[in-house]
Ligand binder design. Structure first.
Ligand code: GTP
Ligand code: MG
Length: 150
């Protein structure tokens, strides 16, 4: 099944939101296959957000991402990339619907608590950058047949 890269940003870690965020993905039915708390340094974030390097907020974004430990994770499940983005909500908390992670838990686009891959292609690149596909755990969840009909 499909996989996505999800990262609780430093504000989310500092504010004690790691458990809440993991809980939302668990309760949905997605399966956790990679998890670590890490402070990987500026270069990792410059690579991670390379597509945004020409934006005026890029320097601030990298400083924000690098301002404390992040909780990096990989979640697996049917359509998890697109569904994960819906669970996160819009980039700008002003536009994120109530019920989404950003809609419920933050106010400022520069402190929007969580990252999620925006396509299957980005997910593959981000998983390779943060974990390496060989460092994920393949395991059988006992609830599989209660989450999926087939
Ligand atoms: P990520 O999941 O973190 O990649 O967010 P996104 O895909 O919803 O948005 P995008 O990739 O366009 O931007 C990455 C991050 O840059 C956002 O989550 C914000 O933290 C930050 N960002 C985006 N736009 C702005 C902006 O206009 N101002 C500031 N200060 N930060 C921004
Ligand atoms: Mg993005």
């Amino acid at each position: 099944r499909e996989r996505t890269f999800i990262m609780v940003k430093p504000d989310g870690v500092q504010r004690g939101l790691v458990g809440e965020i993991i809980s939302r993905f668990e309760k949905k039915g997605f399966k956790l296959v990679g998890l670590k708390l890490e402070a990987p340094g500026k270069e990792r974030f410059e690579q991670h957000y390379a597509d945004l390097s020409s934006k005026p907020f890029f320097g601030g974004l990298v400083a924000y991402a690098n301002s404390g430990p992040v909780a990096a994770m990989v979640w697996e499940g049917h359509n998890v990339v697109a569904t994960g983005r819906k669970m996160l909500g819009a980039t700008r908390p002003d536009d994120s619907a109530p019920g989404t992670i950003r809609g419920d838990l933050c106010i400022d686009v520069g402190r929007n608590v969580i990252h999620g891959s925006d396509s299957v292609d980005s997910a593959n690149k981000e998983i390779a950058l943060w974990f390496g596909h060989e460092n994920l755990v393949n395991w059988a969840s006992h609830s599989n047949s209660w989450v999926y009909e087939v």
